[in-house]
Write a protein that binds this ligand. Structure first.
Ligand SMILES: *Cc1c(COP(=O)(O)O)cnc(C)c1O
Length: 358
């Protein structure tokens, strides 16, 4: 059987949630588990994080799946709803929804749902993606109060654009704008993503919405989860499926991009971009064979990669390989491939078998 596997360490996940709580003991945790739990499995992560104060998802379909498998933790739709016809189900499932623009507000004003609807007002303090402008917030609150249906205002959210860089002046500006926009208005506040929670004490208000740190990854530029006391949740593993010596001057793989400077012991690993391993990982990207680092050489194929086993001449077909996770930070592989850990974790393909531990 093809050995490509994602091992999901639920003990590490719970440890990371405890680290998030420890960073801000008075702050409630709305765990971001959108995008299939950052690639770790929505239902699995939803169950494993049932101790979080709430779960944040991107859309109703994700929330519905969680409710269907028995997750009873409060769930917040971070992008709100896309059409007014989602409102009855949102109310029925007891979901909370973000409210970020006029069409959603109009839909709430024009729909009278049987059950109460709980909303968070999203404020755009400088990221300019979703949210009402700070000066609109007062009027939005007023209009929510006047809705005929039972609309309950839970609080206010904003999202930080540059919290991963601890020197970026946009974060203090966003915090200031949010404080001004919501001053005197009743409700709870939610500001910080993982970087905000770990790196910006002023962003630790009633709620935080950590995502990436829960999966063991540092939210900071150039950072490593281990340095933040986090443990990797996903370890992507496979095995060596071939080894052979290639003569000096010969090239390896598609495009013949890597040419052997001398006789080279080449190992072939059963993992490729068809599994979610980044196609842009260059020669030199580290791979663990038998727990030891060896460099990737040649292009990443759909089902395979090739590595230079010169440092490990005793390696045999069947030996274990780690692409990222325990012993090899996913942040490092992402940096080599010119992307970020978020994308690698979310991109693990459905054909990769998943194994739970912890
Ligand atoms: C995804 C998301 C988060 C979590 O961000 P991380 O960087 O993964 O901690 C927080 N808030 C919102 C609105 C999000 O969409």
């Amino acid at each position: 059987m093809r050995a490509t596997r994602a091992i999901i360490d639920l003990a590490a996940l719970r440890h990371n949630l405890a680290q998030a709580r420890a960073a801000a003991p008075a702050t409630r945790i709305m765990a971001a588990i959108k995008a299939n739990g950052y690639g770790h499995g929505l239902e699995r992560i939803g169950h494993a994080l049932s101790d979080a104060d709430a779960l944040g998802v991107a859309c109703l379909a994700e929330a519905q799946r969680l409710r269907e498998v028995g997750v009873t933790t409060p769930i917040v739709l971070l992008e709100g709803f896309f059409d007014a016809d989602e409102l009855p189900l949102i109310a029925q499932l007891g979901l909370e929804t973000n409210l970020h623009h006029e069409p959603q507000l109009l839909a709430l004003e024009q729909t009278e749902v049987a059950q109460p609807i709980t909303v968070w007002v999203k404020v755009d303090t400088g990221m300019h993606r979703l949210g009402f402008a700070p000066e609109e917030v007062g009027l939005v609150v007023e209009r929510l109060r006047r809705c005929r249906g039972d609309v309950r205002l839970r609080g206010f959210m904003t999202h930080l654009a540059c919290a991963d860089d601890l020197d970026d002046p946009l974060t203090p500006l966003q915090l200031e704008r949010f404080a001004a926009a919501t001053a005197g208005l009743p409700g709870e506040r939610a500001i910080a993503n993982s970087a905000g929670l770990l790196g910006w004490p002023a962003a630790r208000v009633e709620w935080a919405r950590p995502g990436i740190m829960l999966y063991g990854v540092s939210p900071f530029l150039g950072g490593r989860g281990e340095a933040e006391g986090l443990r990797p949740v996903m370890t992507l593993t496979s095995r060596l499926i071939a080894r052979h010596t290639v003569a000096r001057g010969e090239a390896i793989g598609y495009g013949a991009t890597y040419r052997c400077a001398g006789p080279t012991l080449v190992g072939v690993v059963a993992v490729g971009y068809g599994d979610g391993y980044p196609r842009h990982a260059p020669s030199g990207t580290p791979v663990l064979v038998n727990g030891q680092r060896v460099p990737l050489i040649g292009r990443v194929s759909m089902d395979m990669i090739t590595v230079d086993l010169s440092a490990q001449p005793e390696a045999m077909v069947g030996d274990p390989v780690i692409l990222w996770g325990r012993g090899l930070p996913v942040e490092e592989v992402a940096e080599m491939a010119g992307t970020m850990a978020y994308e690698l974790l979310c991109g693990v393909a459905p054909r990769v078998a998943v194994e739970e531990t912890g």
